[in-house]
Design a protein. Structure first.
Length: 229
């Protein structure tokens, strides 16, 4: 049996060597694939084909909705707050301004045009701030609060734990519950955008917007400069 196996192995080796010897040799400057009539292998991807960082992909997803407005509704409110400023109010987000590294999204609740979300690209990720204004355009006492993303996040979801500056401001305003805030945003272009606030202990608030159905853009938020004539 061993003799038969050895003979079979030697025969296979001889056939392989004969096949290799019969292959055409490539001419100078001609690849082995071309000499054999085979397609060339694809080159490795270039730098321009490398996937975007999650922060940049998230910003690009937001920017893809620029100029459009969308209606929203409260999806989660735990524990429920019946006296909430959002209860029973029409809500509209407007991806109004898209500049390099910054996107501004006014968030109108009923006739209240005081709120604008400001998302900025930083050296390490993204920053979310809440620009709150009075009807005359002056800043509210609680304004420009928010935080920076603490991890890479994803192209769909980014989270923003409260920063030290905001903690100090909430302390001055006797808003003790807010010093543990974490905000988050989720986007699937053409489908859904979600704004979220959470706190340890179970507090969770979410507003979901239907991106498949644009609505007429609302009036500019309070504090927006009038257009030049």
């Amino acid at each position: 049996m061993k003799t038969l196996m050895l003979s079979t192995s030697l025969l296979a080796t001889a056939l392989l060597l004969a096949a290799c010897a019969g292959q055409p040799k490539s001419a100078p400057g001609v690849s082995a694939s071309a000499a054999l009539g085979l397609p060339e292998a694809l080159p490795p991807p270039g730098m321009d084909e490398v996937a975007l960082a999650p922060a940049d992909a998230f910003m690009a997803a937001l920017a893809s909705q620029c100029g459009q407005a969308f209606a929203g509704k409260v999806r989660v409110d735990v524990p429920e707050t019946p006296d909430s400023a959002f209860a029973g109010k029409a809500m509209v987000m407007h991806v109004r301004e898209c500049r390099a590294g910054e996107i501004r999204i006014p968030f109108q609740v009923g006739n209240d045009r005081s709120r604008t979300w400001v998302i900025t690209r930083t050296a390490t990720g993204l920053r979310l701030k809440h620009d709150h204004r009075h009807e005359d355009g002056t800043p509210d006492a609680s304004t420009m609060y928010g935080g920076d993303s603490v991890d890479a996040g994803t192209a769909v979801r980014q989270s923003f734990p409260v920063d030290a500056e905001s903690v100090a401001m909430f302390g001055r305003q006797d808003l003790a519950a807010s010093v543990t805030n974490t905000w988050a945003m989720e986007i699937v272009p053409g489908k859904q955008f979600v704004y979220e606030l959470s706190r340890p202990g179970g507090r969770l608030f979410q507003v979901a917007f239907d991106l498949s159905r644009p609505v007429p853009p609302p009036v500019a938020p309070w504090g927006t400069p009038a257009p030049a004539n």
